[in-house]
Design a protein around this ligand. Structure first.
Ligand code: NAD
Length: 472
C-alpha cells in the first residue's frame, strides 16, 4: 500500500492533517493499493498563500529561465516513467504498452514542447501605436481528472508555469501515482518555493480551492456537471475559467469513404482506454444505404478485441477505473439493450476476466438522435451507430448534441471532407484518420467547455493582455 498523505506546499512535503481519505483499488485485481488524503481548507489556504507569495518573483523571471525549469521537470519525470506507468496501469487500467506511449511519453514531451513554444506564445505584439504585452494571469487553481492523469496535469501546469503563473494543483483522487512522481520532480528540479503547490483531495478540496479569494483563474478538466458547478462558483468571484469537459464526438463516413479505415478508426478511438477518453469517437454516422456494409465489419472487429489484464502484452482493452464506474457503464448498456436498438456485438462480445472492473465492448445500431446513448457521455466502451440519407442530415446528427469536443470526417475527397468539417461545431476534427497534433488547440464548443489547451494556444490561456499606447 502506498499512502499519498503529504501535500506539496511552499516547497515542502507537508504531512496531511485531516482524517478524510480515498482508498484506491487495482482496477484489475480489485486489491487495495493506495490511500489518498483529502486536503483540508486550511491546507488549501496555505497552498494558495504560498503561491501568491511566490507570484511577484516568478512572474518576473525570464521566459528562458522558466522554460529551463520545465525541461528539468520533464527529465525528472522521465526518470520515473516506469514507476508511473505501473501506477497508471493499476489505477486506470490502460494496457501497459499504450500507457507508456500515450500516458507518459506524450505528456513528458509536452513539458518540453511548452518550453519550446513559450517565446512564440508570450511574445509582445504591435497594433498601431500600441504595444501589447502578455502578463501572467496570476495564481491558477488546476483541477484534473483521472483518465489521462499526467497528460491533463501537464496541459495546465506546463503552460501556466511557463506563462509566469503560480499554481495550486488539486489532482483526481483516483489516480495519485503520477502526482507522487510530480511532487518529487518539482523538488528535484528546484522549482522555487510556492510556484507549484499540490494538494491531494476530492470534490470538497476542489471546491475550497475554487472558492479561495487568492485564486485568479480556475483551469478545470473533468465532467460537464462538475464544470458547470465550478464555473458558477468561479463566476461569483469573477475568476477566469478554462473548462475541458465531456464529449459525444461523431465520426461521419461520407458515401465514398474507405469503409475498412472508418471501422478500424471508430473501434480504436471509441475503445481506447476502455472508452474513458473525453475526445473518443462514440458515435459513428454512416449512410443508411451502407448500414449493413458497416455492421458486419464492426461486429467482426469487436469480436477480435482482446479484453484482459492490462499488464499482458496481448490485451487491447483493460478494466475501467472503478467498480462504481463499471456499474454506471453497464447500466447504460442494459438500458440500450432494453430500448431495442440493433445490438451489433450481441453474441460476439469478448469473454471477460472473472475479476476486475471489466466491461465488454458494446455497439448499438440505428440509435436515434434523441436517445440517451446518442446524447450522454457514457465514458465506457460503447459505440452508437447512426444513419443518414443526406449530407445535411449527417451534419445535423453530428451537431445534434450539447457537446462539441472532437469529430472525424471520411471521404475519398479530402476537400469534400474538409468542407463538411467546417460545418461541425467541435474543437478538433480529423480528416481521414489524420493523427493527433499536440501543437493544435484542443478544447470544446458548447457543453464540452471553454478555452483551449495545447501548444502556443494553451499557453495563451494563462495570460492577461496589457496594451501600452505609445505617444504619437
Ligand atoms: P469529475 O468531474 O468527477 O472530476 C474531475 C476533477 O474535479 C477531480 O479532481 C474531482 O475531484 C474534481 N471535482 C469534482 N467535482 C468538483 C467540484 N464540485 N468542485 C471542485 N472540484 C471537483 O470527472 P472525472 O470522473 O475525474 O473525469 C471524467 C470526466 O472528465 C469525463 O466527463 C471526461 O469527458 C472529462 N474529461 C475531459 C477532458 C477534456 O479535455 N475535455 C479530458 C479528460 C476528461
Amino acid at each position: 500500500m502506498i499512502h499519498y498523505h503529504q501535500h506539496l506546499i511552499d516547497g515542502d512535503m507537508r504531512a496531511a492533517t485531516g482524517a478524510a481519505m480515498t482508498t484506491i483499488y487495482d482496477s484489475t485485481t480489485e486489491e487495495p493499493i493506495a490511500t489518498v488524503a483529502h486536503g483540508s481548507s486550511a491546507e488549501v489556504d496555505a497552498a494558495v498563500k504560498a503561491a501568491r507569495a511566490a507570484l511577484p518573483r516568478w512572474s518576473n523571471t525570464s521566459i528562458d529561465e522558466r522554460a529551463t525549469f520545465l525541461l528539468a521537470i520533464a527529465d525528472a519525470l522521465e526518470a520515473r516513467s516506469d514507476r508511473m506507468a505501473a501506477d497508471v496501469v493499476a489505477e486506470v487500467g490502460m494496457p501497459l504498452k499504450l500507457t507508456r506511449r500515450i500516458q507518459l511519453q506524450a505528456p513528458i514531451a509536452a513539458w518540453r514542447a511548452a518550453a519550446a513554444h513559450a517565446a512564440e506564445a508570450l511574445a509582445e505584439t504591435r497594433v498601431g501605436h500600441s504595444v501589447v504585452t502578455k502578463e501572467a494571469v496570476g495564481v491558477v487553481a488546476a483541477i484534473t481528472p483521472w483518465n489521462y492523469p499526467l497528460h491533463q496535469i501537464t496541459a495546465k501546469l506546463a503552460a501556466a508555469l511557463v506563462a509566469g503563473c503560480c499554481v495550486v494543483l488539486k489532482p483526481s483522487e483516483l489516480a495519485p501515482g503520477v502526482v507522487g512522481a510530480l511532487c518529487e520532480a518539482a523538488l528535484e528540479a528546484r522549482l522555487p518555493r510556492g510556484v507549484l503547490n499540490i494538494v491531494y483531495g476530492d470534490r470538497l478540496t476542489g471546491e475550497a480551492l475554487v472558492a479561495h479569494p487568492g485564486i485568479d483563474m480556475v483551469s478545470f478538466t473533468g465532467s460537464t456537471a462538475a464544470g458547470r458547478h465550478i464555473a458558477s462558483m468561479a463566476g461569483a468571484g469573477l475568476k477566469r475559467v478554462a473548462l475541458e469537459l465531456g464529449g459525444k464526438s461523431a465520426s461521419i463516413a461520407l458515401p465514398d469513404a474507405d469503409q475498412a479505415a472508418v471501422v478500424k478508426h471508430a473501434l480504436s478511438s471509441c475503445m481506447l482506454n476502455s472508452g474513458q477518453t473525453c475526445s473518443a469517437i462514440t458515435r459513428l454516422i454512416v449512410p443508411e444505404a451502407q448500414y449493413e456494409a458497416y455492421r458486419e465489419p464492426l461486429r467482426a472487429g469487436v469480436a477480435n478485441l482482446r479484453v484482459g489484464d492490462p499488464r499482458d502484452a496481448d490485451s487491447r482493452i483493460g478494466p475501467l477505473v472503478s467498480a462504481d464506474h463499471r456499474n454506471r457503464v453497464n447500466a447504460y448498456i442494459e438500458r440500450a439493450e432494453k430500448a431495442g436498438y440493433d445490438d451489433i456485438a450481441n453474441g460476439v462480445k469478448p469473454a471477460l476476466p472473472s475479476r476486475g472492473y471489466f466491461v465488454a465492448p458494446a455497439i448499438f445500431g440505428r440509435v436515434p438522435i434523441d436517445a440517451e446513448l446518442a446524447q450522454e457521455e457514457v465514458f465506457g466502451p460503447v459505440l452508437a451507430v447512426q444513419t443518414y440519407s443526406t449530407e445535411e442530415e449527417a451534419v445535423a446528427l453530428a451537431n445534434g448534441t450539447s457537446y462539441g469536443l472532437a469529430g472525424a470526417v471520411w471521404s475519398a475527397s479530402a476537400e469534400h471532407a474538409v468542407r463538411v468539417a467546417r460545418r461541425l461545431r467541435a474543437g478538433q476534427i480529423d480528416i481521414n484518420g489524420a493523427p493527433f497534433n499536440a501543437r493544435a488547440p484542443f478544447g470544446g464548443f458548447g457543453a464540452s467547455g471553454i478555452g483551449r489547451e495545447g501548444g502556443a494556444f494553451g499557453i495563451e490561456e494563462f495570460v492577461e493582455l496589457r496594451a501600452i499606447q505609445l505617444p504619437q
